[in-house]
Design a protein around this ligand. Structure first.
Ligand code: GCB
Length: 592
């Protein structure tokens, strides 16, 4: 599988053009099969709109929830196709196709030629298609996508024929619905022949700035790098692609509730002999340092207590598709609760959202799409390494990102987990020595074999739900004792990255009873009593409720049309618990 080497955010400027391919594509579904079986047909060779089962599919969207039952549960290949007229003038530069997210495995064809393939649903990828295009003409773009989950995919899952027509049973080892298709924007990028292909910006609280770039092509003679502040005042200039400098008196980037999320802009220009621009990239970045001691995370040297949520980037009907309306509603509600941080559980979120986190001052733990690993193998380890490279490459320049989570709830008490994760942690550290590394581990303090490798320990616990449901009276003690045991074993920051209970919206009981809004509130409150004690004793670095909003799952006896541990409903209206969280997360501010 090709790496996401050199992926840059999409920009439109003096040197770069981008054409949205977001509209209705022709859509055809193959009978169920799976990744290993290869393609049954070569439908990229022809116009598929005349096929009897051809329909249309909006991009971006998941294909699952648009009505058809068998499409919702489809496992195997689907085909997306459309044409794009590409003007002759574009032949002066290079044309790329860029897909921001294709779940989970995609092959891309331009006219009759395969441009490339990609595994890893939640990361963008692009292919240079210049030589496959007929300029000044319509060109056919076909994307074949396979959503099969297996022991060779991440997330892992189990898919098998059930011996009934062509039905396939598919079960991921996670609870969220495996929404599939072209989930984020699709675009053609028209770039100059010589262009910047990757960028790294590291800027810390001392004002030290280190930048580096790679360039494809050689047709430039000068470089101009400029750093400007939020008012456009020039702070620094350089004539090199790579460099380190110290800018005096920088304004720092702080998470909300700690200060201002101050952003600078780094502009890099490739120029010709006569100083005419060949390529330009403008990137917002912030100066800030993340450090940690044996119990706390420090943001610019000050203790940062993470208070927030686990989330999902998913909504009614659209599934896991990018939607600017829903994203804005989510982030506005997030701010309304007073929270300061979230985890991109359980995959990298949209690039649009990452830019918003920077602007709004929301601190983020970015998680790779490696959720619920049950079977360790070299093949999965290699794929997981690709995911780590792709995730860090995409998100490393965001000041809001303060930690990398390499996985959620792998089987981390199995002895194979240690040799599996050891090189992954080393890889992440070598790619980014500036941020702590975590894995949201699944073992307990005496059984887990991965915790020791990590800078920060994160784990999910469901006292009052999966453990001892109905026994509200023991939650405070149980969670207090467990976190104390972790502290006694490992001197490092500990974040409880999930806790919570289901509440069916509108279901009430007094006294509280499992599945009611009252019960959810009581479970959270009991945890908070323990968290406050632990925080005073410097034993807890962060707390994140599972989950921000209700979300869709597969059909299961333990899930009533989805997971209802949300403090907001799936339509993003508050349950009683949302008001409780708002009270907790805004407490200090109100007291001031
Ligand atoms: C977990 C998982 C999360 C689930 C949650 C639950 O530990 O990390 O993805 O949704 O439990 O509600 O069971």
């Amino acid at each position: 599988f090709p790496l996401c080497n050199g992926i840059l955010p999409v920009q439109e400027n003096e040197a770069r053009e981008a054409r949205q391919l977001n509209d209705l594509w022709t859509f055809v579904r193959e009978p169920s099969n799976s990744i290993g079986y290869g393609l049954l047909h070569e439908w990229f060779r022809q116009d598929i709109s005349s096929f009897s089962n051809a329909t249309v599919m909006p991009v971006p969207s998941a294909f699952n929830d648009l009505q058809d039952n068998s499409l919702r549960d489809h496992v195997g290949w689907v085909w997306y196709q459309r044409t794009a007229f590409i003007p002759s003038r574009m032949s002066r530069g290079r044309t790329y196709i860029r897909l921001d997210s294709a779940n989970y495995y995609a092959k891309v064809y331009v006219n009759t030629i395969e441009a490339g393939s990609h595994f890893g649903g939640h990361l963008p990828f692009e292919f240079d298609i210049t030589q496959h295009i007929v300029f000044g003409n319509e060109n056919r773009i076909t994307v074949a996508i396979n959503n099969t989950l297996s022991l060779q995919s991440l997330p892992q899952g189990d898919s098998k024929a059930i011996g009934y027509e062509d039905h396939v049973y598919q079960r991921g080892f996670m609870d969220f619905f495996p929404y599939s298709g072209l989930l984020r924007p699709a675009r053609l990028l028209f770039l100059p022949k010589t262009h910047i292909s990757s960028q790294s910006i590291v800027a810390d609280a001392t004002g030290t700035l280190t930048f580096s770039h790679s360039v494809i092509g050689t047709g430039f003679s000068k470089v101009e790098v400029t750093v400007t502040d939020a008012d456009g005042e020039v702070e620094y200039t350089s004539d090199a692609l790579n460099g380190t400098t110290k800018i005096s008196k920088v304004e720092l980037w702080w998470p909300r509730n700690m200060g201002k999320a101050y952003l600078y802009t780094l502009t890099v220009r490739l120029l010709s002999d006569s100083s005419s621009p060949i390529d330009i990239i403008r990137t917002k970045f912030g100066f800030r340092s993340i450090t940690w001691d044996n119990s706390q995370i420090l943001w610019n040297g000050r203790p940062f207590h993470c208070q927030g949520f686990g989330m999902h980037e998913e909504y009614d009907i659209r599934g896991r598709a990018f939607d600017a309306v829903m994203m804005t509603r989510d982030l506005n509600l997030f701010e309304w609760t007073g929270a300061n941080c979230y985890r991109t559980s359980h995959y990298p979120y949209s690039e649009e959202r990452m830019a918003e986190n920077d602007r709004r001052g929301i601190a983020v733990i970015v998680e790779t799409a490696a959720v619920a690993i049950r079977h360790y193998s070299e093949e999965i380890q290699n794929l997981h390494m690709d995911f780590i490279r792709g995730t860090i490459e995409r998100d490393r320049n965001h000041p809001s990102v303060f930690m990398w989570s390499l996985a959620n709830e792998p089987s981390s008490s199995l002895k194979e987990a240690r040799p599996y994760f050891d090189p992954l942690v080393k890889l992440a550290k070598s790619l980014d020595p500036t941020r702590p590394i975590t894995v949201v581990i699944a073992g307990g303090p005496t059984t887990d074999v991965v915790a020791e490798l990590l800078d920060v320990i994160c784990f999910n616990r469901y006292y009052g739900w999966y453990s001892n449901i109905g026994q509200l009276f023991r939650i405070e003690d149980d969670i207090y004792k467990e976190i104390t045991a972790w502290n006694n074993k490992f001197s490092r920051p500990i974040i409880i990255s999930e806790y919570g209970a289901e509440a069916i919206p509108g279901m009430h009981r007094d006294p509280p009873f499992a599945f009611t809004e009252e019960y959810q509130v009581e479970v959270l409150k009991e945890h908070h009593k323990a968290f406050d004690r632990l925080r005073n004793e410097k034993k807890l670095a962060g707390e994140m409720v599972w989950v921000f909003a209700d979300f869709m799952t597969v059909q299961d006896t333990t899930r009533v049309v989805g997971n209802h541990k949300g403090v907001f409903t799936r339509q993003r209206e508050p349950k009683m618990a949302a008001h409780l969280m708002r009270q907790r997360y805004t407490e200090k501010k109100r007291r001031r």
